[in-house]
Design a protein around this ligand. Sequence first.
Ligand code: ADP
Length: 475
Amino acid sequence: MFRSLRARLLVTYLLVGGLVLAIVGVGLFVFLVRSPLAVRQTYQRLEGVADGIAGRSGRLLRELQPEMRQQALERLDREAHMRAILLGPGGELLADSRLDEGPPPADVLAGLSPQREKVRGEYRDEGGRRWLYVARAINSEFAIVLIAQRPTIRVLGVLRDEFVTPLLQAGAVALVASILLAWLVSRWVAAPLQGVARAARSVAAGDYSNRPAPGGPSEVESLALAFNEMVDRVQGTQQAHKDFVANVSHELKTPLTSIQGFAQAILDGAAADPEAQRHAAQVIYDESDRLRRLVEDLLDLARMDAGQVAFKREPVDIGALLRGVVEKMSLPAAEKDVKLLVDLPALPTLIGDGDRLAQVFTNLVDNAVKHTPEGGKVALRADVEGGWISIHVDDTGPGIPPEQLSRIFERFYQVDKARPGGLGRGAGLGLAISSEIVQAHGGRLVAQSKLGRGSRFTVQLPIICADDRTMVRGG
Ligand code: ADP
């Protein structure tokens, strides 16, 4: 029933309003019931009458017969609604307007006489009723005592007269204010929330264009921002997935087409002579080798993504490892007439996976040799600084355009697919794999390049990496 934000806010406001009114009502009621105001007013009334009598009745009283005095007091009682008692010089009771009620307690009367100028007080009669009295000396012979019942506040009457109506009025105002506030606040909170919900539904339906505008309270606003961020990521992942499938298909299709074409040539007899057949077989061999490497690289990346690659953690003599890579690459470099230079200081021993690190440097030197024209140079240098070892692979190749430099580590990204690379050309996965391996060692792989001058790939590795954290993707 109260599922909507608006209804819940309304109920909350009404409860709070009702509670406040109840607290204020009870507080006022208690104050009024306990207030001495009514008692004070009764005393004032008694004193006003007593002062009037004391001021002008001295002579008259002396001349009046006792019965007349009695009648005069009874008349006063009727008119002013108060008991009147006349006391003689010794404090003795001369007349009483309510003889039938029995005299006030003796101890009260004893304290009253014409000798006492002004007295006021309170007593309780035998029936338990409480009375207020005021006594005044009229002259040396008489004193008048006026008595009225102590006022008590009748709870129900007070409730009805003083509270119910104003409380009902305040309640009505609170109700209207609650409805208005609930409407305003729920609009403020619910409108942006509904925007997020609408956007979530359209994203679920495949439409990414409907984005919630950030607004409302900060919590709702950060929800909208987080939602937009999430949608961006989902979109990015979907795009990457599409690109990946397109790239894999493309990279598989090219060698498969070659293989099919040359196999067809052999079958058709188009490659009839032994030389042509040998060439066709060589192409089929090379292309299937390329396919095998592609599939291996893809599997490697998939396993790294899934955290399934167990990197070894063993001491690695990085100097020896680099010299081994150079030795292995010296033949292809020599074939291309590219000079392979090595300039290494004494390097510390690292903790890591030697085979995987050798894969990284082989890839970097291989790329450098591949992209360096004949007569060029590839140099391997290293320096140690601040707990890090940096290994640079420099070449004098064509360089990489600055706007593409940040993208070469993306999967399948190739600077220029038309660039010469021959059959050894990869599928744009080498640097992506190398970067993953270096990151798993707690390091990073960066590239710098000047167009027309050459490129520098730098592997930075932390020297002390014997703890588990360095092998991020370990195990
Ligand atoms: P591939 O296996 O196709 O060489 P990589 O991931 O190793 O892919 O390299 C990505 C891109 O970076 C390639 O297109 C390549 O042309 C370019 N690249 C890599 N190394 C160099 C280099 N030393 N000089 C110029 N371009 C390079």
